[in-house]
Write a protein that binds this ligand. Structure first.
Ligand SMILES: Cc1cc2nc3c(=O)[nH]c(=O)nc-3n(C[C@H](O)[C@H](O)[C@H](O)COP(=O)(O)O)c2cc1C
Length: 205
């Protein structure tokens, strides 16, 4: 069964702009691709890599010891979930100019012997959409030089062979949180991000 994998990271629940946009992305995606299912992965539940996991993720499968195989179980599950998806959407805030550490913990597990060190083509045709919310305006203009989130995501996914990457930017979200801009105002960051969803959901492998 083909499925959309939705990875989300914000712990703000219903207040989260990236999660609201993810909900919208998912419902438009499922409407556009009949028969496709949805899988969600919440990165907040993912711990930092242990030493045993680091070693296992860099050891070729055929050379893994029993201890490596055991330590690789969770990364293997996340990696197979990624490789099996017909599209991936990641919804994330910017935290201190980069990703939340829980998203980094997910990335540190899916870049491994199966995806990077093996030079696999398994992700070459996977469409990936990043939905990014940040308090300030970082997707363009003067502040873009301080944005380490989009360059990091672009590099990580390029390194594991992903060619189709689309960024949906919800910034600046700070004025929405402070009630200075109504979410449905025509020039709000939220409305601008919503406008990018219909084209992005058409992509499926
Ligand atoms: C720990 C932390 C760090 C943050 N760092 C930044 C930052 O570097 N730049 C920025 O523009 N906003 C920053 N913010 C604000 C969030 O990016 C903003 O609230 C965003 O809307 C959160 O995403 P969400 O609405 O999906 O929960 C930070 C918020 C937190 C809690």
């Amino acid at each position: 069964m083909s499925y959309l994998l939705g990875v989300h990271t914000s712990t703000r629940g219903e207040d989260s702009w990236s999660t609201k946009l993810l909900d919208e992305f998912e419902s438009q995606f499922l409407a556009a691709h009949e028969g496709t299912e949805l899988r969600r992965r919440f990165t907040s539940d993912i711990p930092h890599l242990s030493f045993e996991e680091q070693r296992a993720g860099r050891t070729p499968i055929a050379s893994q010891s029993d201890a490596d195989r055991k330590a690789f179980v969770f990364a293997n599950e996340l990696t197979d979930e990624l490789i099996g998806a017909s599209a991936l959407v990641i919804a994330t805030p910017m935290y201190n100019w980069g990703p939340p550490s829980s998203l980094k913990a997910w990335i540190d597990r899916v870049i491994n012997v199966k995806t990077f060190y093996d030079n696999s083509e398994a992700l070459a045709d996977l469409p990936v959409t990043f939905i990014i919310a940040s308090g300030g305006f970082y997707s363009e203009g003067e502040n873009a030089q301080y944005d380490h989130l989009r360059p990091l995501l672009r590099e990580c996914f390029t390194r594991i062979g992903v060619k189709d990457q689309v960024f949906i930017n919800c910034d600046p979200a700070g004025p929405l949180d402070r009630g200075m801009v109504a979410p449905d105002a025509p020039d709000s960051a939220y409305v601008k991000a919503l406008g990018q969803i219909p084209a992005a959901v058409q992509r499926q492998r």
